[in-house]
Write a protein that binds this ligand. Structure first.
Ligand SMILES: [Zn+2]
Length: 163
């Protein structure tokens, strides 16, 4: 439901699990509590569980920008926590690329002209700092300037959100 928002939280560097729709509410909440994650949802039903309040962040938003604003008003999200340190597809922390992995980069990202590149050990995706990443960083910076009151915080003390 909030999968796009979840990928942007990963882009900002937050440990974010993204669940597909249809998973049963109780198991979702149980996992969030066990892993000390926040559960970010638009599903009002999740508030009905006893003890859910501390873990559930209920958003009422449509579209990405609206959800970013809603979430930022409820939690002190640092949108520049550790940008591009996690895989946006699978949430695994990225590593530097080896020489073999660099061979998979596009031609204009190889050799002397190459910028920084990163590798995901989880899904084997290779990332590089192209214009797409610059645009995303600009957007994260914009959100941080607009909404953040602190640059020190994380969504929760011990883990990131489950979406
Ligand atoms: Zn990955």
């Amino acid at each position: 439901m909030l999968q796009r928002l979840g990928r942007w939280l990963r882009a900002a560097g937050h440990d974010t699990l993204i669940e597909s729709d249809g998973r049963d509410d109780y198991s979702l909440l149980k996992q969030a509590q066990e892993e000390q994650r926040l559960l970010i949802t638009r599903d009002r039903g999740l508030k009905k569980f006893r003890h859910a309040d501390g873990n559930v962040v209920l958003l009422e938003c449509k579209g990405l920008e609206d959800c970013v604003a809603d979430l930022s008003h409820q939690l002190d999200i640092n949108w520049l926590y550790k940008p591009f340190s996690r895989c946006m597809v699978c949430n695994t922390p990225l590593t530097d690329t080896s020489e073999a992995q660099k061979q998979r980069l596009p031609e204009d990202q190889k050799g002397e002209q190459a910028g920084e590149s990163y590798y995901c050990p989880g899904c084997e995706k290779v990332y590089w700092s192209g214009s797409h990443v610059r645009h995303m960083r600009d957007r994260l910076t914009d959100w941080q300037q607009r909404y953040a009151t602190s640059t020190q915080s994380r969504p929760s003390a011990d883990g990131g959100p489950v979406v």
